[in-house]
Design a protein around this ligand. Structure first.
Ligand code: BGC
Length: 742
């Protein structure tokens, strides 16, 4: 049985047992374990987390240490498996050491909101996809995002998230891109780092994953990623480096795939050399679920905890290896120390979660706020938006269950929809590959903004009927979707289910057609020239329809900008076919069984996304950093301070509406770097009233200016002239200046 089959059987079960287990909600959470702490010197908060961890370690038996470095099994994830009473029905559980006052750890999936709410009649807020949220380029919004997750996990009695995905968009068809934060390592790292800091702010342990190069789902457990170390450090690993420095995560989850011949969870270079030595990571390395492949090799090469734990590498076999001397006791102590020190650092020992009720309205408001910053206006010909309606207006709403809800992403990021799937109430709660719609109705919210207009809906399955409705309406809004989930990639960038034909037919019937996209990652738009408006909504979360309606009617001025490049079609990509999917015809996403194979990233190297497009002179459909507003902005006066490595420029709102502009700064390194692309080096959201100007001073990110020197194993600032440019997107940087480095 493959992992996703296991999960699939779980999801069917979840619907059935969701209520049956509800009565267990009165079980004591570890929050309620109250040991006598008077004889426990490690409970002294004045000591550092490391000192406290060492004091506990000194009291532990070998069996207790072993108990902490593996989980208790698949539990709720596999139908029929035992679920530890205190586990809070999370994805994984580490049994605590009660006699020493050390609680258990619930490792709870919560990439875009806490998963498995239905298991205990709980509620969780579905946030916009993290890719969507990255379109805000707003670290504060990312922090808020994480604090919603932390707040709700805490209310459930859970003390750890296993979200924090930061794999960059090397493969735009990757089924999990919606769980990540786009293609630029500095932007993705900053957003994810702040998100995980937000989780931590709630005294919940945080995580960064999937380390590293788990950039496609096809063959994810067998694919061997090849990429030279310099390019690796300047791309994928840079996103991890930045996010880890910001979040100081409790754990980093190693991924399923191999890198240069070794599985990520037993890869000395990735875990020991880079993560622990170079990044100075103090937390613990937790394996992805079933991603452990050995005992001694994994232990020596840096893995600290096996999850979910019943594959039997880090329980009895590890004990034997420690007793036999193949794994030094010091190494086992290091594993346990890392876990304990992270528990003390996060406060889950001193301030354990106390069960309470999640506030769905607060969560919805936060999700809506983030969605309003995330939506990207991609096209707005003839100022078709914001919509101006009157009593004689008629609006056709077409497709993607826009009468009832908004789409969410699948897999282990799936949040349970309150009331079940809005598009198919019979289907019940969460599902691995189901297309789950959340009850945030675009139709109702649009109607609420246009109370006198006639608003009618066609499901879009019958293309002729949809075109007919569009023809008899003043404006047509077509909702299209791209369902994505863990375990599988999209075969192509095209929208599935004949939706391109639907858009073409509607656009032909009504010149005032606007397309709203609900997607997990970039899609192609063969119809883009035939429609007046394109709104990128991503998976917008539980406040999505409210946010969308506010944008469509101009109550909120769109400010989001793309964190990924949208290619015109697959031929523009470094890998026109997803490696491993050669010969697979386009169709609905499904898991494809492929043998072990290499994916060679060396020809594109660090040139991911816009760097690839720029260096190969390709014009994308929509560039990285692009997004329109209902107002206009002008940039002027770029200067560079060579000593401080800061830039200074002015942004002015030249239109008639207040707005927020995401101003971007890029650098191109001196010729000696031998790069033919620029790098994002700084950005700022600038809020401006009509006619207002603001001066912006920004530091250039030090890791945007440096190259990785593999001989010295370190970052190097090359002397020379750096071309600094600033403007509204990666393809529009009107301001130019030079940074001189001696
Ligand atoms: C995913 C992880 C997830 C884990 C537990 C795995 O299949 O890759 O991201 O945290 O399952 O659900």
């Amino acid at each position: 049985m493959s992992f996703s089959q296991q999960f699939r059987s779980f999801s069917a079960l979840s619907i059935v047992v969701g209520f049956a287990v509800a009565s267990l909600s009165s079980l004591p959470a570890h929050a309620q374990v109250k040991p006598d702490t008077s004889k426990m010197p490690w409970m002294n908060k004045a000591l550092s987390p490391d000192e406290r961890a060492d004091l506990v370690l000194g009291q532990m038996t070998l069996d207790e240490k072993i108990q902490m470095v593996h989980g208790t099994g698949w539990g709720v994830l596999r139908a029929g498996d035992p679920v530890p009473a205190k586990s809070n029905f999370a994805a994984g559980y580490m049994e605590g050491i009660e006699r020493l006052g050390i609680p258990g750890i619930d490792l709870a999936d919560s990439a875009v909101g806490a998963r498995m709410a239905a298991y205990q009649s709980r509620y969780a807020t579905l946030l916009p996809s993290t890719l969507g949220a990255a379109s805000s380029w707003d670290p504060d919004s990312a922090f808020l995002y994480g604090s919603v997750i932390g707040r709700e996990l805490r209310a459930w009695g859970s003390n750890m998230t296993i979200g924090g995905g930061v794999n960059i968009t090397r493969e735009p068809r990757n089924g999990r891109n919606f769980e990540y934060a786009g293609e630029d390592p500095i932007l993705a790292g900053t957003m994810t780092g702040n998100l995980e800091k937000g989780v931590f702010s709630q005294h919940v342990m945080n995580d960064i994953k999937h380390y590293a190069l788990n950039d496609q789902e096809t063959g994810r457990t067998v694919v061997n990623a090849l990429l030279d170390k310099k390019a690796l450090r300047e791309s994928d690993m840079l996103a991890f480096e930045v996010s880890i420095a910001i979040a100081e995560p409790s754990a980093v989850m190693c991924s399923y795939n191999l890198y240069e011949g070794d599985h990520a969870c037993e890869n000395d270079y990735l875990l020991n050399e880079v993560l622990k030595k170079d990044f100075k990571f103090k937390g613990w390395v937790v394996s992805d679920w079933g991603a452990t492949h050995s005992t001694v090799k994994s232990a020596l090469n840096g893995l600290d905890q096996e999850m979910p734990g019943d594959e039997n590498y880090f329980n009895a076999p590890l004990k034997k290896a420690v007793e036999g001397g193949q794994v030094p006791t010091a190494r086992l102590d290091d594993m346990v120390h890392r876990i304990l020190r992270s528990m003390f650092a996060a406060g889950v020992v001193d301030d354990p979660p106390v069960r309470t009720v999640v506030d769905p309205f607060r969560g919805r408001d936060d999700a809506q706020h983030i969605a309003e910053e995330s939506i990207v206006l991609l096209k707005n010909s003839d100022h078709i938006l914001p919509l101006k309606t009157s009593a004689s207006s008629s609006i056709a709403i077409i497709g993607s269950h826009a009468d009832v809800g908004v789409l969410s992403g699948g897999g282990s990021a799936q949040v349970d929809a309150p009331g079940g799937n809005a598009a198919d109430p019979k289907a019940g709660g969460s599902g691995w590959t189901e297309h789950i719609y959340f009850p945030s109705s675009p139709l109702k919210n649009i109607q609420a903004h246009a109370p006198h207009a006639s608003v009618r809906y066609a499901d879009g399955v019958d293309v002729a009927a949809a075109a007919q409705l569009a023809k008899s309406s003043t404006v047509a809004i077509v909702f299209v979707n791209q369902p994505m989930q863990e375990g599988m990639d999209a075969v192509t960038l095209s929208l599935p289910d004949n939706q391109d034909a639907l858009v073409e037919a509607v656009a032909k019937a009504n010149p005032n057609t606007i397309v709203v996209i609900e997607n997990g990652g970039p899609v192609s738009m063969p119809w883009v020239e035939h429609v007046k408006g394109v709104v990128e909504m991503w998976y917008p979360g539980i406040g999505g329809a409210q946010a969308l309606a506010n944008i469509l009617f101009g109550d909120v001025n769109p400010s989001g900008k793309l964190p990924v490049t949208f290619a015109k079609d697959e031929s523009q990509l470094p890998h026109p076919v997803v490696p491993g999917l050669e010969g697979v015809p386009p169709g609905p996403n499904k898991e494809h069984t492929v043998g072990p194979f290499d994916v060679n990233y060396n020809s594109e190297g660090a040139r991911v996304g816009y760097k690839w497009f720029e260096s190969t002179n390709k014009q994308p459909l929509f560039p990285f950093g692009f997004g329109l507003s209902y107002t206009t902005y002008a940039y002027s006066g770029l200067t560079v301070d060579d000593a401080k490595r800061t830039v200074h420029f002015t942004v002015r709102n030249t239109g008639k509406q207040e707005g927020t502009e995401i101003a971007q700064v890029y650098v191109a390194l001196p010729a000696t770097a031998k790069e033919n692309y620029k790098r994002l080096a700084a950005w700022q959201r600038v809020k401006l009233a009509p006619g207002e100007s603001k001066e912006v001073t920004l530091p250039l990110h030090p890791l945007s200016l440096t190259v990785f020197n593999t001989d010295q194993n370190g970052w190097q600032l090359l002397p020379g002239e750096y071309n600094v440019t600033a403007g509204p997107s990666s393809s529009d940087t009107p301001l130019k200046a030079t940074l001189h480095v001696q």
